[in-house]
Design a protein around this ligand. Structure first.
Ligand SMILES: Cc1cc2nc3c(=O)[nH]c(=O)nc-3n(C[C@H](O)[C@H](O)[C@H](O)COP(=O)(O)OP(=O)(O)OC[C@H]3O[C@@H](n4cnc5c(N)ncnc54)[C@H](O)[C@@H]3O)c2cc1C
Length: 436
């Protein structure tokens, strides 16, 4: 029996899951083994994490189980965490898989590859700020979002109790969010949306006026990726909700229940969230491949890593700087999606002995959701004649269509559209908040 061509994709997120779906659908299992290595058992689209954290989205309803997905689309799923890559032997090494009690379920093992695609995403960058790792929560994955939601609900309950025991008590849930990029801004707005709904779910003495959110940004304005007018509109919307937006404030340390700043201020809070940037995981730097100072794997225009043409990298964990540009393509879901499409075609071309195509990033713009209150952003492209600022319903429609496109690209048209319809029904029949 001739050996099957083994394509291993590590990371089943926005880029990796789309890629294995397409490769599995194209090749099946006859002459190929398409293998997904992923540390979690289920996938949730990362741009939804702030909604999971705020409780306005029940991740159980939207997540995709890798085992059933791989069965449907003809790839194999290995649940495990990539530890390192033995480039000489062309093997990825997976760390031992442990159960909840820490007992070993599967020992450390190796998987052979002919081609490897690294799609492990990014983690929050604390820029070495003291105390952040110990005292701040981050929205890197579902576990982090669940942790935040549970603590939020505990504090909401505490405040509700305090207020019903003493109606004169001016109790609040205080939240400090560091980072005025899309994640911080979206989380702040989503929290007001959830708080407004809580009184319908048993916390009678609680509403959005019991929230005190402080958004701290080091740069001169929030949402630096958006045109200034839109960033100002977003800031005005947040302030109207009750968020204190501070710009030009450098955070120097996180301590228990407080954020300290370079100008000597101390922001006390019950919950501290760090959302001030991302970097690729540390261990990528130990693979012997070229990385930049953010640990991202540096790739050529074909998305092959510079030192190993059998290894590709896509999404947040790779650094690709288009010719003439002064910075790499930004870490966004649309970039991961476009890179997955290019690598899919290049893997086919490689096996056909044809030259590989270069990756061309098409920036379709960026959108920031302020929950049900507003959506702001800018669209790019020939269709709109360059860059067009949008706000309100149209922006909301485009924003939600991004997730719809992701669902269709991982499930195909039929199931993707069916899931969208189920989602609409669920919105009517299920509670508005996830309270556990
Ligand atoms: C709250 C929030 C809101 C966002 N909003 C937007 C938005 O509106 N628009 C937008 O374009 N982008 C947004 N982003 C960014 C977007 O989510 C990322 O750019 C995108 O998910 C990157 O895709 P990826 O495939 O590179 O990585 P990911 O989607 O993060 O997937 C990486 C996968 O790799 C797995 N993995 C990691 N390490 C290992 C390992 N060692 N072994 C095995 N598996 C591993 C992870 O479990 C994960 O499943 C947002 C991000 C956040 C956190």
């Amino acid at each position: 029996m001739p050996r099957k061509t083994q394509i291993v994709v590590v990371g089943g997120g926005a880029g990796g899951l789309e890629l294995v779906r397409r490769l599995g659908a194209k090749y099946g299992r006859k002459h190929h083994d398409i293998i997904l290595v992923e540390k979690n058992r289920t996938h949730i689209w990362k741009p939804l994490l702030h909604e999971v954290a705020a409780g306005s989205l029940d991740a159980n309803m939207d997540e995709v189980g890798y085992r059933s997905h791989c069965h449907r689309w003809g790839y194999r799923f290995f649940n495990g965490q990539l530890e390192t890559v033995d480039r000489e032997a062309r093997q990825v090494i997976l760390a031992p898989l442990l159960d909840e009690d820490g007992s070993e379920l599967v020992g450390r093992h190796a998987i052979r590859f002919d081609y490897l695609v690294v799609a492990v995403g990014s983690v929050t960058n604390d820029f070495g700020t003291p105390g952040v790792a110990e005292h701040c929560m981050v929205l890197d994955d579902r576990a982090g979002a669940d942790r935040f939601r549970n603590r939020l609900l505990d504090h909401c309950l505490r405040v509700s109790r305090a207020m019903s025991n003493d109606p004169g008590a001016d109790a609040h849930v205080r939240i400090a969010i560091v980072g005025g990029g899309a994640t911080g801004v979206e989380l702040a707005a989503e929290l007001y949306n959830s708080a407004a709904a809580l009184r319908h779910y048993g916390l009678e003495v609680f509403d959005e006026s019991r929230l005190q959110i402080c958004l701290i940004e080091a740069g001169p304005r929030i949402l630096p990726a958006l045109p200034e007018r839109l960033a100002d509109a977003a800031k005005a919307e947040l302030e109207a909700l009750g968020v204190t937006v501070l710009t030009g404030v450098q955070v120097t340390e996180a301590v228990p229940h407080a954020i300290l700043t370079a100008d000597g201020q101390r922001f006390e809070a019950d919950l501290l969230v760090w959302a001030a940037g991302v970097r690729a995981p540390e261990w990528l730097g130990a693979l012997g491949l070229e990385v930049n100072r953010n640990n991202q794997l540096v790739v050529r225009e074909t998305l092959q890593t510079t030192r190993d043409e059998r290894i590709f990298a896509i999404g947040d964990c790779c650094a690709f700087t288009p010719a003439g540009a002064d910075r790499p393509v930004p870490p966004r879901a649309q970039a991961a999606h476009q890179m997955a499409a290019t690598v899919y075609r290049n893997l086919i071309r490689l096996q056909q002995g044809r030259p590989l195509e270069p990756f061309v990033y098409r920036d379709h713009g960026s959108l920031v959701s302020l929950s049900r209150y507003s959506t702001v952003g800018s669209l790019m492209g020939n269709l709109v004649g360059g860059r067009m600022a949008i706000e309100g319903r149209l922006a909301r429609l485009v924003y939600t269509s991004l997730y719809r496109m992701h669902l269709i690209s991982i499930h195909g048209w039929l199931k993707g559209v069916a899931l969208l319809l189920v989602g609409r029904v669920n919105r009517i029949i299920r509670p508005r908040l996830k309270l556990h």
